[in-house]
Structures are given as C-alpha cells and as structure tokens.
Design a binder for this molecule. Structure first.
Ligand code: F6P
Length: 340
C-alpha cells in the first residue's frame, strides 16, 4: 500500500508524500514524519509489516503517555490537527482496521481531509468484501492445518489449532475449510464441549481415528465468556482458548490431545500475491480518491472492483461470519461441525 501510494502520487500527480511513523503517534511528535521518495519504497513489495512502524495502542483522542493503567488518558487531537497544518499536509491516507478508522472518522469530523484503507488480518471491517492481510493469514493458517494432519493421522490424535481474528471467525472458518478441519469453533457460534466430544467419537466410530479442531481466539463455550486479559476496547488481548479447550477435551475423550497456538506467525511474512495486488489497487485508488476530493471515504473491494464507501459505513459494526451464511453452510455440507 505504502509503495503504491508513493508511486502513484509521484508518477501520476507529481505530489510529495510524507511518511508518518507509528500511526497517529507520528502526528503527535512530528519529528517522526519524513519524506517518502520512490527510492524509499524500492524493493518493499515482498515485505510484510510496514517500513513506517505502527502501533495498535495510539489514540490521539485518548493518548496514554505510558503503559501505566493508572494514568488518565489525555486528548491530544488538537495537537494532531496543528501538526497536520504545520507540516503542510493536504490529505492523510490512513491505513488500518476498525480502531484506526474510527479515530480517522473523528479527525475528519474535526476538519482533517483524509481517506482510509482497510488493513487487518481479521477481515472484520464492514463496507468491503475483504481487507488486505487476511489472505496471507489464511494461507499461513491453512499450511499449519496441513502440517498438523501429519501428526494427527499418524498418532491418532486430536490436534487443536488456535488462530487469531478477535471477535470474528473469518480466519478460522476459511482456513478450516481450506485445510479440511473436522471442527471449527468461532465467536459467532458458541460451542458445547459435549458436542465436540460427540463429533470426535463419531469420526472414530467411522474409522477416522484423528480429528483437527480449528478454534478462533475469540470463540467461547455456550453460556461462557471469552478468555481475555488486560486493557479495554482494542487493547484487550485474548488469553488462550486453545489451551483451555485442550485441557477440557482431554477429559471428554479418550484420545490424546495436543494444542498449537499459531499466534503472530499468521501476522507476518511475505504477503500473498492476492494481498500484493489488493494492497497495490487500494493504494492507487486512495490517491485517486484524494485527487477527486472523495474525503472521509475508505477504499473498498467489492469483487472484482475496487471502489469506495463512507468511512462511517466501515466502522462501528463489525463484519462477523453470518451464522446462517454461505461459509457456514458450505462447511456444514462437508460434515464440518461448529459444535453448537
Ligand atoms: O487485530 C489483529 C490481531 O492480529 C488480532 O487478530 C489479534 O488478537 C491481535 O491483533 C494481536 O495483537 P497484539 O499483537 O497486540 O497481541
């Protein structure tokens, strides 16, 4: 995305581009803004992450100078606005997920001219079919399931794979279908331990002496709560449903159970060709949106087209896996259980 923004802004419009380090923090401390030239973005296409640095904690409307939870957050949004003016920024391109774009919307309300680009592995932003980063994460999770099959089959075990996704089960459901999981547990469909035990027993009885369970980090048992640690809002972290499930299942089934938590492996590495193309299309479309004066909008993918929607439409309501949608129905048709 950064490469596409810089290249198209320079090549098509002759504009200068500033890179802002570490998200909105870079606009609070403007010494962290630097010119981005064609040279700066040379060779970054196959790299994951961002050359600019980032944070999923920095909110200028509720800025915390330290990690001390006792410290009251302060509103530094006026400083951001002053710095946008002082740096001569005509338009901001804001790249991020629900939290980032919600902050962008507030800045837009205060008069900052900006456009958004949907980036998160969770794929939970409304207003777009898909966010960039998601495809790469699904590929990593699918490869993990493929590899877990080896031990599952050879040792007749139950293998649990915990994947990310916060409150949406997209990574779990897509990698589960792509990897041929037997059970998929997602936040949208609370599960029952007994039903998982029955699904595993039914496979055993039918001669398949192993099972693969993909569990989204935000999944929870029916009537129970998600396992969370620390913070509030976007700083809440998920505390390891996979290991909890492993302990519980070891009691419900006679089988040996092993747990793999995929963690940040699914957030890194080289982006897939799909994500490279999507990121490039998003970056070019965002610059075009700026040129057309389409502010307070987010570029979006509505297959096969890239267009845009008001940022308002993208934030606020999370896009979750529909319980009665086509993904869940497809998985069920294959005999995959959601164990509700
Ligand atoms: O929102 C993206 C995401 O990768 C989630 O899937 C995950 O819960 C979270 O970020 C991890 O955040 P951190 O790296 O701060 O632990």
């Amino acid at each position: 995305v950064v490469r596409a923004v810089v290249k198209s802004a320079r090549n098509v419009y002759g504009w200068d581009v500033l890179g802002i380090e570490d998200g909105f923090d870079g606009l609070i401390f403007p010494e962290r803004c630097r010119p981005l030239t064609l040279d700066d973005v040379r060779g970054i296409l196959p790299r994951g992450g961002t050359i600019l640095g980032t944070t999923n904690r920095g909110n200028p409307f509720a800025y915390r100078p330290s990690d001390d939870p006792e410290q009251e957050p302060v509103d530094l949004s006026d400083r951001v606005i002053e710095n946008v003016e002082r740096l001569g920024i005509d338009a901001l391109v804001v790249i991020g997920g629900d939290g980032t774009l919600a902050i962008a919307r507030e800045l837009a309300e205060k008069g900052v001219r900006l456009v958004g680009i949907p980036k998160t592995i969770d794929n939970d932003l409304s207003g777009t079919d898909v966010t960039f980063g998601f495809d790469t994460a699904v590929i990593t999770a699918t490869e993990a399931i493929d590899k877990l099959h080896t031990t599952a089959e050879s040792h007749h075990r139950v293998m649990i794979l915990e994947v990310m996704g916060r409150n949406a089960g997209w990574i779990a459901v897509e990698s589960g279908i792509a990897g041929g999981a037997d059970v998929i547990l997602i936040p949208e469909i609370p599960f029952r331990l007994e039903t998982i035990g029955e699904a595993i027993a039914a496979r055993d009885a039918a001669g398949s002496k192993f099972s693969i369970v993909v569990v989204a980090e935000g999944a929870a048992p029916r009537g129970g709560n998600q396992l969370l640690v620390g913070g509030s809002g976007h700083s809440v972290r998920f505390a390891g449903i996979g290991n909890w499930l492993g302990e519980q299942l070891a009691e419900f089934t006679e089988k040996e159970v092993r747990v793999t938590v995929l963690g940040h492996l699914q957030r890194g590495g080289s982006p897939s060709p799909f994500d490279r193309i999507l990121g490039t299309r998003f970056g070019v479309a965002a610059v075009r949106l700026v040129a057309d004066g389409g502010f307070n909008r987010m570029v979006a993918y509505h297959g096969p087209d890239v267009d845009s929607v008001p940022i308002d439409e993208a934030v606020g309501v999370l896009k979750r896996v529909p319980r009665d949608g086509e993904h869940v129905a497809t998985a069920r048709a294959l005999g995959i259980s959601f164990c509700e």
